[in-house]
Ligand binder design. Structure first.
Ligand code: FAD
Ligand code: COA
Length: 401
């Protein structure tokens, strides 16, 4: 809908569209029904060069920017939310944090894994620390030449299929002093103590597992720690800075889903006749389509702008939050409107609308809820820290043994 794309970007978008409208669309319903991670989609996206596009060329990637990744995610999500999410998580979030802050060795490792098809998992949320992510209790204790990690994360996207894990943990020195939050890299099946506990039965987005992941005396060498640029005291802020890219990516999946639903509704309202005329000749239907198109245009503009704000680094935190709030909330509305325009057929599992309605519901929750992101926007606009934590509250962190 926005036209300020140069020739290269239009070519990229068209290439993504072709893949999304072909083999990706053909399997989307089956992926949802079987709840199996779509390795065939991964292979197709790998062959098309859509995995790890944002990884620097020096590590085998293409040094593409956030907007390039957004164009691919948007096209994928129009037909399959899972393919959209795979494009997010192989270009943004964990991989982008590693590329920005990791050592040479860590960057090579992550680049090789992602370019060969691994979707890294990012482990932040815990049962007692969701929105209050800084209340996490997963701890990493320095013991001689190792870190020992203990704790539990849940709702980890890709748990059980992802191999590379980026784990946020509170770090304590040999004397038990808190040093700050760091990100550790661990590889499933190669790291003792990393356990995938169980899969969550989800409402939508069923083709990718959400899992509980536990760390039981998981030992890692210091080389597994991503040292944030401003040191551990600012570690959490720096990791969240990288996470702003993932928020733009999540918003883009919601954008793609609403565009996909809208396009279906446009065709259907021309095809479906009642009272002897196509239903798009009723003004009530026309105004509904007009309103849907406005929501999409506004959402797309916010997402593209947020992506472009990260030209020389990561997307701006306020723009990323604004884009995700607006897109996620309006995507739910647009998909719901599209479903309504299909009448009973929209409620059938034979059409993708009900799947889209289940899938799109997630995006006001995962990656920072719309409410918490409003706090981020307000704090930024007002230039004031607006603490949500009750005075004197301290999360209880199990003592190291
Ligand atoms: P809570 O924090 O318990 O919030 C409950 C309600 O209270 C919400 O409505 C919230 O907005 C509101 N609330 C809380 N605090 C405030 C406040 N200060 N002001 C106003 N309202 C407030 N996490 C990961 O680490 N890695 C992942 O890969 C990942 N993937 C996910 C995938 C899916 C499909 C989902 C659903 C979640 C995923 N998450 C992941 C977790 C996600 O980030 C959290 O669910 C989210 O941060 C909210 O935490 P919570 O669920 O504990 O909700
Ligand atoms: N981008 C850049 N920096 C960020 C940031 C972001 N998105 N979110 C927080 N920070 C920085 C703050 O500026 C602050 O830095 P400072 O200490 O230099 O001032 C630091 O991180 C702590 O943030 P603050 O808002 O003071 O922390 P808090 O303890 O009140 O925690 C959050 C609030 C950050 C946890 C909450 O706003 C949030 O984002 N929750 C959702 C978590 C989430 O998205 N989980 C997704 C898992 S997939």
């Amino acid at each position: 809908m926005i036209t300020a794309l140069d020739k290269d970007r239009i070519r990229l978008r068209d290439q993504a569209r072709e893949l999304a409208q072909g083999p990706i669309r053909a399997r989307a319903a089956e992926v949802d029904r079987t709840e199996q991670y779509p390795w065939d989609h991964v292979d197709a996206m790998k062959d098309a060069g859509f995995l790890g596009m944002t990884i620097p060329k020096a590590y085998g990637g293409q040094s593409k920017d956030w907007l390039d990744a957004v164009l691919v995610i948007e096209e994928m999500a129009k037909t399959c939310s899972i393919a959209g999410r795979i494009a997010v998580e192989t270009n943004m979030g964990a991989v982008s944090a590693i590329m920005a802050y990791g050592s040479e060795e860590q960057r090579k490792l992550a680049a090789d894994m992602v370019l060969s098809g691994d979707k890294p998992a990012i482990c932040i949320t815990e049962p007692d620390a969701g929105s209050d992510a800084s209340g996490m209790t997963t701890r990493a204790d320095k013991r001689g030449n190792r870190y020992v990690l203990n704790g539990k994360k849940h709702w980890i996207t890709g748990g059980g299929v992802s191999r590379l894990h980026l784990i946020f943990a509170k770090i304590f020195d040999e004397q038990g002093n808190f040093e700050g939050v760091g990100g550790f890299l661990a590889i499933r099946d190669e790291t003792q103590g990393l356990e995938i506990v169980k899969r969550e039965p989800t409402m939508g987005l069923r083709g990718i597992p959400e899992a509980e992941v536990a760390f039981n005396d998981m030992e890692l060498p210091p080389s597994a720690l991503i040292m944030p640029p401003r040191g551990l005291k600012k570690g959490f802020a720096d990791l969240m800075t990288a996470y702003n890219s993932q928020r733009v990516g999540a918003g883009t999946v919601a954008l793609g889903i609403m565009e996909g639903a809208y396009e279906l509704a446009l065709d259907w309202t021309e095809e479906r006749e009642q009272f002897g005329r196509p239903i798009n000749e009723f003004q009530g239907v026309q105004w509904r389509l007009a309103d849907m198109s406005i929501r999409i245009a506004a959402a797309q503009a916010l997402i593209y702008k947020a992506a472009e704000s990260g030209k020389d680094g990561f997307p701006d935190k306020i723009m990323a939050a604004q884009a995700k709030i607006y897109t996620s909330e309006n995507a739910i509305q647009v998909v719901n409107e599209a479903l309504q325009l299909f009448g009973a057929r929209g409620y059938s599992r034979n059409l993708p609308l009900e799947r889209m309605a289940r899938d799109v519901r997630m995006f006001t929750i995962g990656g920072g809820t719309a409410e918490v992101l409003r706090n981020v926007v307000a704090s930024g606009l007002l230039g004031k820290k607006l603490p949500q934590t009750r005075d004197g509250y301290m999360p209880k962190i199990e003592a190291a043994e």
